[in-house]
Design a protein around this ligand. Structure first.
Ligand code: 5GP
Length: 188
């Protein structure tokens, strides 16, 4: 039985309901890849910054649909710990980046909730690096829980206020490897 076919049952959270199938995610990613390719057409080097850990699968799939010369960087920020709500503080675990002066950059996030993490990192880039252009892609947008206004240039899907897991997103470190995105209805 593949991971897609298997019913996921968490001992604390109950049964996982699928919100976005793997097919639906991949279809949307192809569209986003085309949009990004068009936006940066003719660009000599596009720097993709993957915000770890949650964006790792999204980034890996998205870059394969960006038809441009790409380099990849990785930063690691934390705000949730093991909880289902943001701690309200961003912990920059690793912000190591090369000089991005004059570069075109796309920042890739898994999900924007309050917007704190995205605001922190986009502000950091703006003030610390004199980039040519910064665009921001997020697979999921929980627009209804936004506290810090953020412009998302490329959104995969907008979702309600649900705690989602899968496709890079975890609950206490688990479920990142699921090829789809789901939620535990018990928490609603
Ligand atoms: P924000 O700073 O926008 O409140 O939260 C952003 C970060 O919180 C995301 O990058 C992600 O790591 C985590 N997060 C927010 N909502 C969810 C969710 O529904 N599920 C999971 N697994 N993580 C979330």
């Amino acid at each position: 039985m593949t991971l897609t076919e298997k019913t996921i049952f968490d001992k604390d959270q109950g049964k996982l309901e699928i919100l976005f199938s793997s097919e639906k995610i991949q279809k949307r990613i192809i569209e986003l890849g085309k949009e990004i390719t068009k936006e940066f057409e003719g660009c000599e080097e596009l720097v993709i910054i993957c915000v770890l850990k949650g964006s790792v699968l999204f980034t890996a799939d998205l870059v394969r649909h960006i038809d441009l010369p790409v380099t990849m960087e990785f930063v690691r920020l934390a705000s949730y710990g093991d909880a289902e709500k943001s701690s309200g503080k961003v912990k920059p675990v690793d912000l190591t980046l090369p000089d991005l002066c004059g570069k075109n950059v796309v920042v890739i996030e898994d999900i924007v909730d309050t917007g704190l993490t995205a605001k922190f990192f986009l502000d950091y880039l703006k003030y610390q690096h004199k980039t040519a252009k910064i665009k921001f892609a997020a697979l999921l947008d929980k627009a209804c829980t936004r506290v810090h206004p953020i412009d998302i240039d490329y959104t995969g899907f907008e979702i309600d206020d649900k705690f989602v897991v899968g496709y890079g997103l975890d609950y206490a470190g688990h479920y990142r490897n699921l090829p789809y995105i789901g939620y535990f209805p018990k928490n609603d």
